[in-house]
Write a protein that binds this ligand. Structure first.
Ligand SMILES: [Zn+2]
Ligand SMILES: [Zn+2]
Length: 332
């Protein structure tokens, strides 16, 4: 089969933006075309013929060595849509020809984390393009197939479906599960790339008022089109946090750092509404699920470097939640 292979970490040369930060080979085309043997599925695996594959910032992180795969060479690619070509003997839920996709973190389905609905932190997780060869190829093998694969309805195109398993389902977990957003609440989304725009769509669908923040005018226009009612141009604003607090008369109920930068992380925490419940005194940790007691925060990268933002988690009784994609969410 034909595939694109990454043989080693290297930095990508971007025209007009030299950013050589480590002593790695600098390349314009880090992936090499290769002819590889077609994979053969084991017991719980399915072989998928790839029909579409998204491209993700995760691949840039792998190429540049911030997320190093366990071994090289590797075929990247985890935003997969394709048809079932073959399967191992223990797969029971799918048949050849089914059109499917997967979350980018595949759970084993039998560990403690999976049994409690948290496949995204499975002790034995599988990630195409990271733990094994992925979908920048004609075919790819997917682990724990019965647990993770999702059959696609006809009305969703391959291209649309390819983005569901990474950015969209990650945002779904953030907004619905961790943020527990409800109609009428205010959600601030810092960064309007793939994850931020997905979060805006989901929060808007839940009936929340969404404030979108970005430095890019085009991204803000897209945010408006997907349901953001308030826009803040981050480059033009002198006080992003102040603007959000004024718009919301005290702060957002849920705030997302959808970029993973020190600045957006700080702004995300600082723009939250403080503890709203007199029955939640300082020193008492908020109870799990005590949604009415505390404002909440969900964000992506643990990039807090400013002490003031970390201490505000405590002083304002906030919940700081991590999240990732989850096969469990697909079935909802
Ligand atoms: Zn991705
Ligand atoms: Zn598991």
């Amino acid at each position: 089969m034909k595939a694109m292979v990454l043989k080693e970490c290297c930095e990508i040369e971007i025209p007009d933006e030299p950013r050589r930060i480590r002593d790695l080979p600098l390349k314009t085309e880090p992936l090499e075309k290769a002819e590889l043997p077609e994979p053969v599925p084991d017991s719980e695996q399915i072989l998928v013929k790839v029909s579409a594959c998204g491209i993700c910032h995760t691949e840039l992180d792998e190429i540049e060595g911030r997320l190093t795969p366990p071994r090289f060479p590797i075929v990247l690619g985890h935003e997969i849509v394709g048809t079932v070509e073959a399967m191992g003997p223990d797969v029971t839920n799918f048949k050849v020809g089914d059109r499917v996709t997967v979350p980018f973190v595949g759970g084993c389905g039998s560990c403690y984390q999976c049994n409690t609905g948290n496949h995204q932190v499975c002790d034995h997780q599988s990630q195409p393009g990271f733990t094994h060869w992925g979908s920048f190829a004609e075919y790819t093998k997917l682990d724990y197939a019965d647990v993770n694969l999702v059959r696609l309805p006809e009305q969703i195109s391959d291209e649309t479906a390819s983005i569901l398993g990474c950015r969209f389902i990650t945002s779904f977990r953030a907004v619905v599960e961790q943020g527990d957003v409800k109609g009428g609440e205010t959600v601030a989304v810092h960064g309007c790339g793939g994850i931020g725009l997905s979060a805006i769509m989901i929060a808007h669908a839940l009936g929340a008022r969404v404030i979108a923040i970005d430095i890019n005018e085009e991204a803000l226009k897209k945010a408006r089109g997907l349901g953001a009612s308030d826009l803040i141009h981050a480059s033009a604003s002198r006080d992003i946090v102040g603007e959000i607090k004024e718009l919301t008369q005290g702060g957002a109920h849920v705030s997302l750092d959808a970029l993973g930068h020190t600045e957006t992380c700080f702004n995300s925490i600082a723009s939250l509404r403080a503890c709203r419940c007199a029955a939640c005194p300082a020193g008492n940790p908020p109870q799990a699920g005590a949604r009415t007691c505390c404002s909440e925060i969900s964000f992506f990268m643990p990039s807090i470097r400013r002490p003031s933002s970390a201490s505000s988690l405590i002083t304002s009784s906030l919940i700081w939640a991590g999240f990732s994609s989850n096969s469990f969410d697909f079935f909802r």
